[in-house]
Design a protein around this ligand. Structure first.
Ligand SMILES: *[C@@H]1O[C@H](CO)[C@@H](O)[C@H](O)[C@H]1NC(C)=O
Ligand SMILES: *[C@@H]1O[C@H](CO)[C@@H](O)[C@H](O)[C@H]1NC(C)=O
Ligand SMILES: *[C@@H]1O[C@H](CO)[C@@H](O)[C@H](O)[C@H]1NC(C)=O
Ligand SMILES: *[C@@H]1O[C@H](CO)[C@@H](O)[C@H](O)[C@H]1NC(C)=O
Length: 457
């Protein structure tokens, strides 16, 4: 807990801005960290936490990048999970993480949408109901942060998303670009990065049965059940019945769990860490699926004999350090409501938004863990095939380059790029690529962000 010194050193101050949105902010004395709330709409408060990299390299031809990390769920906390369990400077035991992405960039975590993590709404009708509404809130947050912190404006912004966060990332990418073009947001968009993201739910649910059959986790009977429900979901999506599709999705997860003896949706080589009660169909609701996700990450994060419990951490020492979290806000307290309010958008595809970004010349990178089930590579490749982007035929014809880590001789992945579209296949990783393959993930993010700290090999 050596980092308690940061806690004591931190200076809290309040800033009222000229426009309606009111920001509350605090930072460490030397400015290495800053955090705060932005009131993105009246009574809707979004929490953010910015880390300035101690590994910063000044290079006149390559600006130091900043990464905005968008967690999934929807309703999972980037400030908690992404930060302490995946890419931030400290792990759940508050020990340094060697593979932190701070080695390559500054990191901005947010609890998005409002209601997630430390973010909160004062009235229950203020949760967002669509990805676009979330993107609008995030754009206001970015305007508050970037317009106020002048030094950040020189850093190209990379929106990096995991899981459901991908749907926010592409809608935000478009909205941020518009805000930059109209002069409302001072900054530069470096690119949008989609890590195991839920861009096309239909393509994922259709991939589950065949994939699990190929790796012996389902038999023909199981595949038949899964496929017929997946076809029903496809129909519901086609008919615009997104809320019904969300219910069928939860049902399909239940069918697959039962037929596969509880395969882990985040790594198909594993069993789900769920207890038998939460496996019952009745409890396999959307909220439960999200709790499973958090539990899975926790199981990865806690070392044997360690005390790595994210809930205690975020509601204990971290809340104390940050000082500005209202007493009656508990971390993650509104997350289920975040999910249920988005139930009507959860299954809506966002392939068109990827196409729009590509058409506008924005760099779009997709990366996918080989062992992921929920956002399986098979499903990702299926939605990529549906892009209307003119470069697609050339991209598909190209050969991939293998990826290695350091002097390691083991193949860690493959990549290829055509014009502004880039794809990384990461071997040996499930849904949480930066956790499962830390070395290659760090190299990859260095390359994607063109970080001056990345080795040019
Ligand atoms: C900033 O201060 C924190 C402690 O508050 C310390 O851990 C960190 O190394 C300092 N960073 C720089 C660049 O001085
Ligand atoms: C920590 O990272 C550095 C550089 O990325 C690497 O050389 C070193 O082997 C890593 N150490 C561990 C214990 O992983
Ligand atoms: C927290 O307390 C404040 C007043 O102290 C109140 O206005 C607010 O609604 C409370 N928030 C929640 C989520 O209970
Ligand atoms: C996209 O990325 C490439 C490197 O992969 C870079 O050369 C190019 O300038 C980037 N384009 C934009 C518009 O940022």
């Amino acid at each position: 807990m050596g980092n308690l010194s940061v806690l004591i050193a931190c200076v809290v101050f309040l800033v009222s801005l000229l426009h309606e949105a009111i920001a509350t902010a605090a930072r460490t004395q030397n400015g290495s960290e800053a955090w705060g709330y932005v009131q993105v709409r009246p009574k809707a408060h979004m929490f953010w936490w910015l880390y300035r990299s101690p590994y910063r390299v000044e290079n006149p031809s390559k600006p130091w990048p900043v990464i905005l990390w968008l967690q999934g769920g929807p309703g999972a906390s980037g400030v908690g999970l992404g930060n302490f369990q995946e890419i931030g400077p400290l792990n759940l035991n508050l020990k340094p993480r060697n593979s932190t992405w701070l080695r390559m960039a500054d990191l901005l975590f947010v609890d998005n949408p409002v209601g997630t993590g430390y973010s909160y709404v004062e009235e229950s009708n203020l949760f967002v109901k669509t990805d676009e509404e979330a993107a609008t809130d995030l754009t206001i947050l970015l305007e508050e942060i970037f317009n106020r912190i002048e030094s950040l404006q020189k850093s190209p912004l990379y929106i990096v998303a995991e899981s459901y966060g991908g749907k926010f990332a592409v809608t935000l990418g478009l909205s941020a670009l518009q805000a930059i073009e109209s002069g409302k947001l001072k900054g530069k968009l470096g690119g949008v990065v989609l890590g195991d993201t839920w861009i096309s739910p239909e393509d994922f649910v259709l991939s589950w049965g065949p994939l699990l059959k190929d790796v012996s986790r389902l038999d023909n009977n199981g595949v038949e059940k899964a496929n017929s429900l997946a076809e029903k979901i496809k129909q519901q999506i086609g008919d615009g019945q997104y809320a019904s599709a969300t219910n069928s999705w939860a049902e399909l997860e239940g069918v697959i769990s039962r037929s596969s003896s509880s395969v882990d949706f985040y790594n198909f080589l594993l069993d789900s860490g769920m207890d038998s009660v939460s496996l019952t169909a009745a409890e396999l609701s959307q909220g439960m699926a999200m709790k499973r996700y958090i539990r899975y990450l926790s199981s990865l994060g806690s070392s044997p004999g360690g005390d790595g419990d994210i809930d205690s951490l975020m509601n204990g020492p971290i809340k104390k350090k940050l000082k500005i979290i209202p007493d009656n806000i508990s971390w993650g307290g509104q997350a289920d409501e975040v999910f249920s309010n988005l139930a009507g958008d959860f299954m809506r595809p966002r392939i068109n938004e990827v196409d729009e970004l590509l058409a506008k010349g924005v760099n779009v990178t997709v990366y996918n863990g080989q062992l992921d089930l929920i956002c399986a590579t098979k499903g990702t490749e299926a939605w990529v095939d549906k892009l209307k982007w003119e470069g697609l035929p050339s991209f598909l014809k190209m050969d991939r380059a293998p990826l290695y880590c350091g002097n390691d001789i083991l193949t860690r992945g493959f990549t290829k790029s055509y014009k502004n579209f880039h794809f990384y296949w990461i071997l040996g990783a499930g849904h949480f690529v930066p956790v499962d393959q830390a070395c290659i993930a760090l190299n990859m993010i260095g390359a994607i962000t063109e970080s001056p700290a990345a080795s040019s090999a």
